[in-house]
Design a protein around this ligand. Structure first.
Ligand code: NAD
Length: 236
């Protein structure tokens, strides 16, 4: 822990990569691990363009359930610790796979949302995107003013990441002197490639996760524990 704290204190360019695990202690289920299931469906079966084409109502019902959980949740000490780290670091980028917006609410500013945002809706017909925080719509699936079907503004399994956001994330990893990777199983690509990229470009990589991941053997320091407990200590 002490070594990792010094790396963060000594670095002027830091990148953090977060995944579902950082929001677990805010009460938002992760995709992998216990408690991540909705009805009998696995997220991998719902978060795909094919699932939406087959049954948009079912997929939207799942998103309404997730929106409800997120709306009732609060950022936790892990989110706040990263906002604090940003405030004291000259160049800080937060790359998140999360769609829940809890980093914004904790005060993080330079955020790259590589998997989109659950509060954005996008029209399949006219492509228009807008922020829409409603927890219910008059009809399911909801419709755009143009009459087209709206979908959640998130990246589903099998879809491309927004290219500009992704390129900025890669750049941040290549430039970083230190990287914090918290709460990600590191199995969802291409996001899982960011830590190896930072490492090969010379960053000290610190992982925070209660469980071992495919990254654990590669990182410079693996801190086993919950993000809400470890991150505040790391940043203190
Ligand atoms: P994941 O569900 O695959 O893995 C979660 C990881 O978090 C696991 O490695 C687990 O050991 C770890 N973890 C569990 N509790 C933790 C804690 N308290 N502190 C630190 N780590 C903890 O999540 P992923 O790697 O982010 O990939 C899945 C995809 O799911 C991502 O694309 C993401 O967009 C999406 N997702 C997002 C949310 C959200 O926005 N909150 C929630 C679920 C899934």
């Amino acid at each position: 822990m002490e070594r990792a704290r010094e790396w963060l204190r000594g670095a002027s360019t830091i990148v953090a990569l977060t995944g579902a695990g950082i929001s677990a202690e805010s009460g938002i289920p992760t995709f992998r691990g216990s408690g991540g299931l909705w009805r009998e469906f696995r997220p991998e079966e719902l978060a795909t363009p094919q699932a939406f084409a087959r049954d948009p109502k079912l997929v939207w019902e799942w998103y309404f359930w997730r929106r409800g959980l997120i709306a009732a949740a609060e950022p936790n000490a892990g989110h706040y610790a990263l906002a604090e780290l940003e405030a004291r670091t000259p160049h800080f980028t937060l790359v998140t796979q999360n769609v829940d917006g809890l980093h914004d609410r904790a005060g993080s500013r330079n955020i790259l949302k590589v998997h989109g945002d659950i509060w954005i809706v996008r029209c399949l017909a006219c492509g228009r995107e807008s922020l829409d925080k409603r927890l219910e719509f008059p009809e399911t699936p909801p419709r755009c003013e143009c009459g087209g079907t709206l979908r959640p503004g998130v990246v589903w399994f099998g879809e491309m990441l927004p290219p500009d956001v992704w390129m900025a994330a890669e750049r941040a990893c290549v430039e970083a002197e230190a990287m914090v990777v918290a709460g990600t199983s590191a199995v969802v690509y291409p996001a899982a490639a960011l830590a190896p990229l930072a490492k090969s470009a010379g960053a000290r990589v610190i992982e925070v996760n209660p469980e071992a991941t495919p990254l654990s053997g590669l990182v410079d320091c693996s801190l086993r524990g919950k993000a809400a407990e470890i991150l505040p200590e790391l940043v203190a």
